[in-house]
Design a protein around this ligand. Structure first.
Ligand SMILES: NC(=O)c1ccc[n+]([C@@H]2O[C@H](COP(=O)([O-])OP(=O)(O)OC[C@H]3O[C@@H](n4cnc5c(N)ncnc54)[C@H](OP(=O)(O)O)[C@@H]3O)[C@@H](O)[C@H]2O)c1
Length: 236
């Protein structure tokens, strides 16, 4: 049985990924900030929770995910073959001129560096597996819109990160893909209230990526519900 390591697991997008992984019959190793945060998993995941292992780590620190990988290597945590990363969620409207150096560094750390740290910690482990592995990230359309400058800049950095990762892993056993999301997604109960896309619906995109071994070095654009059924896939 394969296992997917989910980073940012307690967010709207992380929960979508977990729903997809469980539906695909795989297990989940979910990194959580603390036990309070972990409660979101039992609140929003109705089936298959017994196949989710949680581990606490600080994903915004450069050692957080590395410590998890080290524990996997000792056998204290389940081995994994796939990684899904969507740490972030800071969607402030604050303008650039009102932003202090500390605030800029804080949002880059939360929305960008955390995903980079996850990549740097997990890719060497996946390369060692020599079997079919994957690494998937969810970026946001705000990077091309620019109305919210700070989230926009973090997404711009993630686009370049994704492009570089596609190139770096192109000829390896690890297929990298970027889901470019340009529509609001929330956990089902919130989505119903706010009239946005449900995590359980969006999760199907990741389920299809997992089920399609030939999908590699791609950007999958999602900007409407129909894009979940008919994936818009661009080769990078
Ligand atoms: N939701 C959308 O509609 C949407 C649209 C486009 C793109 N995206 C992409 O997906 C990313 C995540 O969005 P989301 O809606 O899932 O955000 P979210 O619901 O706020 O979740 C963010 C995740 O990151 C974790 N996290 C954030 N700051 C942290 C910190 N300082 N320390 C430890 N963990 C931290 C959160 O943990 P806690 O639960 O413990 O806070 C949570 O697991 C965005 O940044 C963006 O790249 C989302």
């Amino acid at each position: 049985m394969e296992t997917v390591l989910v980073v940012g697991s307690t967010g709207h997008i992380g929960i979508a990924a977990i729903q997809a992984v469980l539906h695909s019959g795989r297990n989940v190793l979910a990194i959580v900030r603390n036990q309070d945060s972990a409660k979101k998993l039992s609140q929003h995941i109705s089936e298959g929770l017994e196949r989710v292992t949680t581990v606490e780590a600080s994903v915004v620190s450069d050692r957080g995910v590395q410590d998890v990988v080290d524990k996997v290597r000792t056998g204290a945590l389940p081995a994994f073959q796939h990684v899904f990363s969507s740490v972030g969620g800071n969607y402030t409207e604050q303008g650039m001129l009102e932003t202090t150096t500390e605030e800029l560094r804080q949002i880059m750390n939360q929305n960008f560096e955390s995903n980079f740290f996850a990549y740097r910690a997990t890719v060497p482990y996946l390369l060692e597996q020599k079997t079919a592995c994957s690494w998937t990230i969810c970026t946001g359309g705000q990077g091309d819109i620019g109305v919210r400058p700070l989230p926009a800049m973090t997404q711009g950095a993630l686009y370049s990160f994704s492009y570089s990762a596609c190139k770096a892993l192109a000829s390896t056993n690890v297929r990298f893909n970027e889901i470019y999301l340009a529509i609001r997604v929330e956990v089902d109960v919130d989505a119903e209230q706010h009239g946005v896309m449900k995590s359980s619906v969006f999760g199907r995109v990741y389920e299809k990526i997992l089920a399609t071994p030939g999908m590699k070095s791609c950007r999958i654009r999602v900007k409407a519900e129909e894009d979940v059924e008919n994936l818009k896939v661009e080769q990078k």
